[in-house]
Design a protein around this ligand. Structure first.
Ligand SMILES: Cc1ncc(COP(=O)(O)O)c(C=O)c1O
Ligand code: FES
Length: 403
């Protein structure tokens, strides 16, 4: 299989070799059912308990607060449904315009089922307005669901400040932390968060496994109704090998987090600064101060992000424009649109997302090819030179009309 310079770690990550190694015995010799009475199954149950402790340790949570799920999407769905089912009298949800599809599309469905949803706006830097949040909360609000960090821009919301406002009013608080876990130190002990979603494939565990943190005492209703697994909070025989893998991945994240994020930030900053210095007409999208250490989203004016990606692909470099789920649709990103970015940036933005395996040489390779790619595409672009000036004038007129 072809190898590549992989800078698309917010879409998914490589499974760590150590994770694969601990999983293999559970795909071969230890195939017992963890719920069985016999010792053969019991030993699998014990391995699951160990994985639960490893995930709990990464979050600073109690083991009883961890529910294994099939993915981040399931975690988000389970948390939102649980909060609504537990308080059927309340019919209002607050979220943001820049959430992942797992939250946004469920909220849209809930609107069809009679709920009112407030989608908080974001400013040019991708940040919400806390006054707008406060004003949106009513006695009818069942849930506030807000992402920790944005998958496209890496922008990090002030999660605990938001939590103060939400919890003062006794409202259930769910945080989609799929992009934050393993990139930002978390401690649920002194947190305002009631429920928190994570996904294995963003932290070097396999795809198709995740976990939901549910704070002790939070009223919960299962999404999957069935057996007594996960203490009645998620029916279904466990995905044993992947759970073991997620446990190991969590242990490794805890071990590597401080020094890995420091390194990733240095590499990311070098990449970003050099591209901004060597390529005219480009800018970073999103709040540069409050941002994941591994992500940069850069808008290259007057060209299409997809064209840049195809050129990078020819050099064996993997990056992305927007989110993996919506790629293939030619719609510009809902996140960048919510930030009110001008047309030329919306269409010419790409994301590089690093991980602990990213090397200096890989960053050098991107820095070496990007100026040429952008120059070549701009030379062919109908928006270059005169047309660019015209387009900018149109944008100014349009934004004047909007203000
Ligand atoms: C912020 C966010 N939430 C949820 C998800 C969904 O996770 P999964 O792919 O495990 O369903 C993703 C994945 O891209 C994400 O970035
Ligand atoms: S899987 Fe990442 S955006 Fe959908």
């Amino acid at each position: 299989m072809q190898t590549c310079i992989y800078l698309d770690n917010n879409a998914t990550t490589k499974v760590d070799d150590a994770v694969v190694r601990v999983m293999l015995p559970y795909l071969t010799e230890f195939y017992g059912n963890p719920s069985s009475m016999h010792t053969f199954g019991g030993q699998v149950g014990r391995a699951i308990s160990e994985a639960r402790s490893q995930v709990a340790a990464l979050l600073g949570a109690d083991t009883s607060e961890i529910v294994f799920t099939s993915c981040g999407t399931e975690g988000d769905n389970a948390a939102i449904r649980a909060a609504l089912l537990a308080q059927p009298e309340k019919r209002h949800i607050v979220t943001t315009q820049v959430e992942h599809a797992a939250v946004l599309n469920l909220c849209k469905l809930m609107e069809k089922q009679g709920y009112t949803v407030t989608y908080l706006s974001v400013n040019r830097h991708g940040q919400i307005d806390l006054d707008e949040l406060e004003a949106s909360l009513t006695g009818n609000t069942a849930l506030v669901s807000i992402m920790y960090a944005n998958n496209e821009t890496g922008v990090v919301f002030p999660i605990e400040q938001i939590g103060q406002i939400v919890k003062e009013r006794g409202i259930t608080y769910h945080v989609d932390a799929v992009q934050a876990v393993g990139k930002i130190p978390l401690n649920m002990k002194n947190s305002t968060i009631d429920m928190l979603t994570l996904s294995g494939h963003k932290l070097h565990a396999p795809k198709g496994i995740g976990a939901l943190y549910v704070r002790k005492g939070v009223r919960f209703r299962p999404l999957l109704i069935g057996g007594h697994q996960e203490r009645g909070r998620r029916g279904g025989t466990e995905n044993v090998a992947s759970i073991i893998g997620l446990g190991k991945a969590a242990e490794l994240e805890l071990l590597h987090l401080p020094e890995a994020t420091q390194r990733e930030k240095q590499l990311r900053d070098r990449l970003e600064k050099t591209l901004l210095a060597t390529i005219p007409d480009c800018e970073v999208n999103g709040d540069r101060k409050n941002r994941l250490p591994n992500t940069t989203n850069i808008g290259f004016k007057f060209i299409e992000g997809e064209a840049i990606l195809l050129s990078l692909n020819q050099y064996g470099i993997c990056a992305s424009s927007g989110s993996a789920c919506t790629s293939g649709s030619l719609e510009p990103s809902h996140v960048l649109r919510a930030m009110g970015l001008p047309y030329t940036i919306l269409h010419g933005s790409i994301r590089f997302s690093l991980c602990r395996y990213t090397t200096d040489a890989e960053i050098d390779a991107v820095i070496a090819v990007m100026p040429g790619i952008v120059e070549r595409l701009r030379a062919m672009s109908p928006f270059s030179s005169d047309a660019a000036g015209w387009l900018q004038e149109q944008e100014q007129t349009l934004s004047g009309a909007r203000n």
